[in-house]
Write a protein that binds this ligand. Sequence first.
Ligand SMILES: Cc1ncc(C[n+]2csc(CCOP(=O)(O)OP(=O)(O)O)c2C)c(N)n1
Length: 630
Amino acid sequence: MEGFIGSLKLPEELKTLNTEQLEKVAAEVRKYMIQTVADNGGHLSASLGVVELTVALHSTYNSPEDRIVWDVGHQSYPHKLLTGRWEQFPTLRRLGGLCGFPKPSESEHDSFMTGHSSTSISAALGLAQARDHNGDDYKVMAVIGDGALTGGMAFEALNHAGHIKANMLVILNDNKMSIGSNVGSMSSYLGRIRSDPKYSRLKKDFEVFVNKIPVLGKKMIDTAERVKGGLKYLIMPGMLFEELGFTYFGPVDGHNIAALKSVLKQANKMNGPVFVHVVTEKGKGYHHAEKSPEVFHGIGPFDLINGRPLKNKKNPSYTDVFGNTLVELGRKNLKIVAITAAMSAGTGLNKFAAEFPDRFYDVGIAEQHGVTLAAALAAGKMCPVIAVYSTFLQRAYDQILHDTCLQKLPVVFAVDRAGIIGEDGETHQGLFDITYLRTMPNMSVMAPANEDELQHMLLTAFKYQGGPVAIRYPRDKGVGVDLTEPKALPWGKGELLMQGEDLLIIAAGTVVNSALEAAEKLFWQGIKATVINARFVKPLDEELIINWARKCGRVITIEENIIAGGFGSSIIELFENKGLSFPVKRLGIGDCFIEHGTRAEMLSCCNLDTDGIYKEAMIFAGGKAAKGVT
Ligand SMILES: Cc1ncc(C[n+]2csc(CCOP(=O)(O)OP(=O)(O)O)c2C)c(N)n1
């Protein structure tokens, strides 16, 4: 550990430093973070924006006794650096290395695991209540972004914490941005507090005015401090939070360590729930990130000097193909409306939003609301598509089941980042959607083997209109096939790709490609396999599957999903329903969470790459194979 920070015992000694020294710490943290993320990729903009806030927090509070809960957790890099993980930081997001999100098993300074948005206030409230039950005495705080504050859970928790007058601190890191520009009336309200000179002028004028009235003035301030609805509350910023039961401080410049420390000191003296409104700049201190905070929100390795990504994408990603195809379909079908929960760029909806702003909804980080909105749009005879990452769609389980499936409403679910996610790790894996979607009555589920098939599936889904349809596809670039004119696929039909009578391999999704390669390797070992691209996880192509199972006598299923309740399980259920019995080997993810690493590394760890499938198939078919045998 070099530099000034190298001479310090962290985080304790931060408390002994003056502002100038703390600024030095902030500068070193920022530099190291930029260098590391340039090498490893990661969430840079959000972390850059909270460097001073993190320094101020750790120089005011005693972590790990005092508990800091970082909402989403993508902004926790400075926290990691100041709490004993400096040396390990170059392993960030790498296989076996530091996680990109807070993780209690990684450090006692990470008080609660996060990754999904808007959970921090609930978590901090729970920790604060546990502290009180146990008769302990420490501080608990949530650091939440203005984007995360658009999520319903954040309001539920504010509502609860204010009501029970919990002793806790909520720090709003307001940088005007979600991943892209933040949306919604709460965001506009914060904007007014931040930038409307009327608020600050009124606040100042009021204080000057009342202070000029010797006795009455002091009394008025005191009264206004105590009495809700008093004059002060009518004109002070943050009134909404005051009305929810919080004492509001701010807005304070989140890059001014002295100002931050002073506000935190005042906040510390208060009893009950306190809300500190901190204004920061996303991407602060790295001019490429300041200029394009959205690009540097989550980025792969990049060139430090020019800020450009190092990897050149050759093939379009599944996300790109989805976005482009949707624009094409949207031009022909004016009923198509698209919904995102604050992931417009991530889900490829930017182009649709630009061309059809009236048919596009960014609902904020509100997956539950987004799904019910989509269901009701379908009830109103529109053709909604909601594009969501698999992991975040988990939030809306009940809205899919109760509001959509139950009424058989034709909503198209574009389930992006389905399968192994890669470097974001456990909190972001898309490994459960086949299970939770296929078990819902009326839901249909498709999984394309390649990017061209994704186009056809999207058109097929819009044409179907018999109920909700989900299409799941991975965070990956396409396999490089030609993109043809989208055409409707035969409903519920799979595709026979290779014929052999020793073994039936049925794969769902892009694992079809590895299955084919594995089958070729098996062929050279004398094992002739049939390979079926399932295309439909539900409804299954029963005829095709049963015919070939009978011919081959044993079946391997492959999916990028948990095995429990997944695609392979649906094949076993099919056989059981038909009174058939075949040996079935299900390849997928076992009963565990998958950590971070590259997508290729993790697919290999799970035996879902070509070698892994080949090895498993050899063993299942009675041959022998070591991984890597060609
Ligand atoms: C439930 C859920 N939906 C979507 C996301 C993806 N996501 C990660 S960060 C982010 C924006 C968060 O904005 P904000 O809270 O303001 O933090 P900032 O990045 O601006 O610091 C989103 C939408 C998520 N993590 N969780």
